[in-house]
Design a protein around this ligand. Sequence first.
Ligand code: UDP
Length: 262
Amino acid sequence: MKKGKKLYEGKAKVIFATNVKNLVIQHFKDDATAFNNKKKAKINGKGVLNNRISEHILLNLSQIGIKNHFVKRLNMREQLVKLVDIIPIEFIVRNIATGSLTKRLGIEDGTVLDEPLLEYCLKDDKLGDPLIAKEHIYVFKWATKKEIDKIEKCLLRINDFMIGMFRGINIKLVDFKVEFGRYKNNGKNEIILADEISPDTCRLWDAKSEKKLDKDRFRNNLGNLIEAYQDVARRLGILYEQANITPIKYMKPHSLKFKKTK
Ligand code: UDP
């Protein structure tokens, strides 16, 4: 398989063409952005960790029947994925109120929600990804009712699975954002989960201390982002410990070692 030209460059990832039909390469950069691109930085090793964490979560979701774009890992920063036509909506699932929800509605930070709250934002950087109602999706034909019904079922299953997966490693899944795309399969459009699921796109709090293990460390200048992402990877069992050689927090990102997937 050959890597082709750049097809698209986003804030944290680049998509490259390949010579294989319907497959592209997703490359994870070290760039971090927040507050609609107003805050930017390069954080050494973030892309490597997100590549691996997203692979782990998407592979697990495949096993419970959530179809997604992940095909295989190519190297530390790249994965082969199915080429999809992205639905221009950011689907947000919340279990605990924080971030924009608390600011928008004056809800107290940390309020545990009785049931998951689904929110929709239009994927448009120029407009600052505005919150929209489901009706906007239908009126402006960004997706059909049938597609949204399917996606909502998927969102709740993804949430259930991820709450359990993270609970098992003493992490609270506070909220997350996912994207879906249309994949052409034998002439038919199939809706599949795409993009990434990583500490860049989830809020993850340590179950006991409520320490933030996600991109809020960058948004709120808390520092030690790489250490927090490594902690998530280590708890997920995908980061080799070399603690007796070099304490993990002093390891340079390029020297990180990941376990091989079966
Ligand atoms: N999120 C994301 N990309 C975005 C906006 C939000 O991945 O462009 C994620 C974010 O990391 C969090 C969840 O979606 O896990 C809900 O984010 P919120 O709306 O609170 O965003 P904020 O404006 O506070 O970053």
